[in-house]
Every structure is written in C-alpha cells, then in structure tokens.
Design a protein around this ligand. Structure first.
Ligand code: HAM
Length: 438
C-alpha cells in the first residue's frame, strides 16, 4: 500500500525543520524580550467558537466534524478566538495587560496554491486589557522588531476600521452588514458593495476613501487631514482618524517605516478599530506574511467583562518562504563531535579508568554518553561504518572534532582527538577530553 499526503499539507525534512526551528527561536526571543509569555490551546475547539464572530472567510473554510458523542467540533483556523476563550475562563484575573504569544498549526479548507495551505503555522501575539493606543503601537513595534531580527525586507501597512465602520454606520448599516461589507472590501470586491450602499454619493465617498494611501511622515499627516475634511460631519469616522493619527505619530517617533493605506480591511469580522498587515514583494498572490489589529468586543461577546485587546499573527510558512526568497541564510546547527571506534569487533580491552573489560565500541558508547552529559552534541555510528568512511562523513557534516578510539590507546586511558578542520591529531587522556574540546 502506498499513501499520499492529504491535499494542502506538507512534510518537513530535517533541513526544513532546522530552518523553521531557527526562525521560531528568533521570533521567540523577540516575543520574550517584550515580556510576552507563551501559551498553547487545543488544536480542535467547539465549532461555535469560530462561527460566532470570525466572519465568512473563516466559517466557509472550517474543517468541521462530529465526535463520537455528537459534539460539533472543528480544527482551529486561527488562535485569537481560542485566546479570548481562554482569557475569559482562566486568565481574566491577571494583572493587565496580559501579554501572550503562541505558535502552532492552523487549518483552513482553502484552495491550495503557492503560500496557501490547508495546514499552516502561525506565530502570534495578543495584548489584552489596554485601550490606550500605546498598546496598538507596541504590537506593531513587536511585529516590526521580529521581522528586523530576521533581516527581512517588507512593507507594513496601517489603517483603522473605525473610519469605514463609522461611515457605514452613518449610512445606516447594522454591524452585521458592516462585517459583510468589510469582507467584500478585503476580497477587493468593491463593486458588490453597491448592493449595500444605495446612494451614489455615499458609495463614491467610500470608494474614494479606499484609494487613500501615504508613505512618508509628512504624507501621513497631510493625508489624514485631507480625509478629515472630506468626511466632515461623519463624527465617528473623524474620531477614528484622530485615533489612527496618534498611533502613526508614536510609530514615526520609533522610526518604524510604514504606509497608511485606508484600502486595507481585514477578512476577520472581530476587528473593531486599528488594523495592520505586512507584505513581502515577490511572494506572489499570497504575499501577506502578517495580519493583525484591535478586537475590543470579542472577549465580552465570549462572556467576559468588556476587555479591549490587540494582536497579530505571522503566517510562519510565508515568513520562511520570504526569507529564502531574499537569500537570507542562517547559522547551520551541527553536531560538534563524532566518537569513532577503530573497530567494531567483539575483542575486549581492560579499561584503565575502572579496570573493567570492554569492547572498543562499548567503551566508545560510554565516552559518547559522557560527552553528551557534559553538554556536547555527539554522533556515534551504530551502523558500524569503516573508520575512513566515518571520518569523511564527519568532515562533510561540518563536525569540529573526531574522537578516535582504538584498543592500544584505550589500554593507556587515552584516545586520539582529531581537529577536523586542521586535521591535527593528538593523544588525550579520557578524563581530560571535555576540556580539550571547545
Ligand atoms: P489572518 O490574516 O487570517 O489573521 O492570518 C494571519 C496570517 O496567517 C496571514 O497574514 C497569513 O500570512 C497566514 N495565513 C492565513 N491563511 C493561510 C494559509 N491558508 N496558508 C498559509 N498561511 C496562511 C488571523 O488569523 C488573526 N488571528 C491574526 C490576529 C491575531 N489578529 C489579532 N490577533
């Protein structure tokens, strides 16, 4: 029998994993440098958790199933809803802000293509309990510092859904209708928005707003002033512009490069105010490597106290791809030492360290285990390849030292230490081995 992987999933080879682990370790360092703490939540949840407020794009693509007791469950498509659920049931008593991060697989039944998978990984952060715009700015700084640490070139775009929501609300659209319109805008289906907004003047005002972009500081404030005057009379929208301006000023002060793009709307319905995303040129149609924003109503909707929150998630697979695309390489981790017996024969030798009889290979295993306990990463060849073969494998693998163990040296309590780079060899007492390897 031969099996294929399910569509939209991938296998990761040791070298893929080395790269992925390294990237994750860098992200974790930055998350932790901002005092965010890691959490984990279940891979499957009650379906309702995601059908309540995540929006059409999510609900249409859920992997749902019934368990043996008939419960409606689904594989998680994202983690913000799970974090909000966990916060309400377990973390609400914590001092605010609660700062959490996570990494794990997500599942969406999408049409697979380059950069879009049915199983993909996200690394995300959520800052819960602070309404002040300083929290939005902190979240953006965190995302930018992660990307900078990896050395990636990217484009960061900011917007504020309060502007569009404010307008739509003044046009008489309910919150549900607003969610639908935002979904259409996210999929660039502006034409269909006409079904929701009948008056031409109102439709044109929205269309005009969606085209507004700026890329430099002077530009940002000019743009926001222009929009304020164009939206005169729409109080909620103008208030949101003021909020965005505060975040913009803070980020400019932190020398973060970004674009204000009021055409940015996000596919998920729980966003209420500030939103942002990150794109990387050259990734093709799926070029968004990060998305986030403020969701001030979700926790209350899930039965908690009204609690503001803001966060983001990196599409981890796209980050990995983007780094490859930009030719960014990483230090390769390799094992440090190869312990090689010159013979795998069963003849025994008296070991001077404890006066017991050992075969050379068994003593080699002992030395390998001792070195591992000392903190070295050590390869020992259980397959019993010839000495020459093992040495050439060690050299190809970039090993720093080979510890060669032969019967004659062993009887004297010694081994041969070979520096693989210089090919220099010297006899070393077994007890002193850890000190001679660095
Ligand atoms: P999202 O925009 O749906 O937001 O997903 C975040 C990122 O996950 C995207 O920018 C993209 O890089 C990646 N992604 C999404 N779908 C796929 C896929 N099918 N294949 C590969 N990568 C994918 C969220 O999920 C929100 N929970 C983010 C958030 C956290 N907002 C506030 N806090």
């Amino acid at each position: 029998m031969k099996f294929e992987r399910p569509r939209g999933t991938r296998d990761f080879s040791p070298s893929d994993m080395e790269r992925r682990d390294y990237i994750l370790s860098q992200l974790r360092k930055v998350f932790e440098s901002y005092a965010f703490e890691r959490i984990e939540t279940p891979v499957f949840e009650h379906t309702e958790l995601f059908t309540t407020k995540s929006g059409q794009e999510i609900t249409e693509n859920l992997y749902t199933f019934k368990d043996k007791s008939g419960r409606d469950l689904c594989l998680r498509p994202e983690l913000t809803a799970s974090v909000a659920r966990m916060y309400v049931s377990e973390l609400a008593h914590m001092r605010k802000p609660v700062k959490l991060y996570y990494f794990g697989p997500m599942y969406r039944y999408e049409r697979p293509q380059k950069g879009r998978y049915r199983e993909f990984w996200q690394a995300g952060a959520e800052l819960i309990g602070v309404e002040d715009y300083g929290a939005d700015a902190e979240i953006v700084c965190l995302a930018a510092d992660c990307l900078d640490r990896l050395g990636l070139r990217y484009e960061l775009r900011l917007s504020h859904l309060g502007i569009i929501r404010g307008l739509l609300s003044d046009f008489g659209l309910s919150e549900e209708k607003q969610d639908e319109v935002l979904g259409l805008l996210d999929r660039d289906e502006l034409e269909q928005v006409g079904d929701f907004i009948r008056k031409d003047a109102e439709y044109n005002l929205l269309k005009n707003l969606m085209e507004k972009k700026s890329s430099t500081y002077k530009d940002h404030s000019k743009l926001l002033k222009t929009i304020s005057s164009e939206l005169k009379g729409y109080g909620d929208a103008i208030f949101a512009i003021g909020e965005l301006e505060k975040i913009v000023d803070l980020l400019v002060g932190q020398e973060i490069n970004f674009i204000v793009d009021l055409g940015l709307s996000r596919g998920l319905s729980y966003y209420t105010d500030f939103v942002f995303d990150v794109r990387v040129e050259g990734l093709g149609a799926q070029d968004q490597v990060c998305g986030g924003g403020r969701y001030d109503n979700l926790i209350e909707l899930f039965g908690g106290q009204p609690t503001p929150a803001v966060g983001f998630a990196f599409g981890f697979d796209r980050l990995v791809e983007a780094l490859k695309l930009q030719g960014i390489s990483f230090p390769e981790e390799t094992f440090h030492v190869a312990v090689i017996p010159t013979t795998y024969e069963e003849d025994t030798v008296k070991a001077p360290t404890n006066d017991k009889e050992y075969t050379v290979k068994d003593y080699a295993v002992k030395i390998a285990r001792n070195l591992r306990k000392e903190g070295f990463s050590v390869d020992y060849d259980v397959a019993g390849h010839k000495l020459k073969d093992q040495l050439s494998h060690a050299s190809q693998a970039g090993v720093k030292y080979a510890v060669i163990i032969g019967p004659r040296e062993l009887e004297k309590g010694k081994v041969v230490l070979r520096n693989m780079a210089t090919k220099e060899e010297k006899q070393v007492e077994i007890d002193k081995l850890p000190k001679k390897i660095h």
